[in-house]
Design a protein around this ligand. Structure first.
Ligand SMILES: [Zn+2]
Length: 251
């Protein structure tokens, strides 16, 4: 080996040592990546904590109420469009051209099944906290005979529109809940409802026509649900969440 050769070997050794020394940082940021991962997991569990539900009472928003955009049985297009836009932006589209313009994601893709008063119920995941608060309220205040009510069948998400014409049922957004249609009639709905024996009886108010107790209705209304017993439809089985779903999360 001549002098030149020896220098080359020395240089190679030096380069190898340099590479080894750089190892942990230069050849893969192992410990750094691990630290980042741990930080991510920590902030994730933190944000989960921040999403804890707080049952703050709220009213349904007036512009979303059916009786705001349906007046004397006629749809008021501008008012209806405003409500539909808000719901589509917040909850997703319902397979119509109009709602797709406001949201690429479908409402139904955000469906979740919860247990409501012991019964499985498919709803939009964003209203799960609202329903949780309603159930908590019912369990705390609606026991004892005049207040108690035991549901047998509940329905939430639907994929087919039950309204004729341009009106969109809030069941398509997953924000409406029906309770026991056989006991809580909708006398203003399409046939066969108006001819049902439950609608033939002379009653003064929707409260008298429904088997639901006022305590139950109040529990829903306390957390942003609108009861369609108040509507021209007298749809006494039906509640829809028209509040702000984000208000239930602890900040
Ligand atoms: Zn309904």
């Amino acid at each position: 080996m001549n002098a030149n050769g020896r220098t080359r070997v020395h240089l190679l050794v030096a380069a190898a040592i340099a590479l080894l020394a750089a190892g942990p940082l230069g050849l893969g940021d192992g410990p750094v990546a691990e630290a980042k991962e741990a930080a991510r997991a920590k902030s994730k569990s933190k944000s989960k904590k921040a999403k804890q539900v707080e049952c703050r009472p709220q009213s349904p928003q007036k512009f979303l109420k059916r009786r705001t955009f349906v007046q004397k049985g006629m749809l008021v297009p501008s008012k209806h469009a405003k409500a539909v836009r808000y719901l589509a932006e917040r909850y997703g589209h319902v397979e119509t051209e109009e709602t797709r313009r406001f949201n690429q994601e479908s409402a139904h893709s955000q469906a979740t099944t919860v247990q409501f008063m012991g019964l499985p119920l498919s709803i939009h995941e964003k209203i799960a906290p609202a329903l949780h608060c309603v159930e908590k309220r019912i369990r705390a205040t609606c026991s004892g005979k005049p207040r108690r009510y035991t549901p047998r069948a509940v329905g939430g998400f639907r994929t087919a529109n039950s309204y004729r014409g341009a009106e969109i049922s809030n069941h398509l957004f997953g924000i409406a809940v029906d309770i026991d249609p056989d006991r809580n009639p909708c006398c203003g709905c399409v046939d066969p409802w108006p001819t049902s024996p439950l609608c033939q009886e002379k009653k003064r108010t929707a409260y008298e026509r429904t088997a639901l107790t006022r305590c139950w209705i109040k529990a829903f209304e306390r957390y942003g649900f609108d009861w369609l017993g108040h509507d021209d439809l007298e749809d006494t089985m039906h509640f829809e969440f028209l509040g702000n779903p984000d208000r239930f999360y602890k900040k």
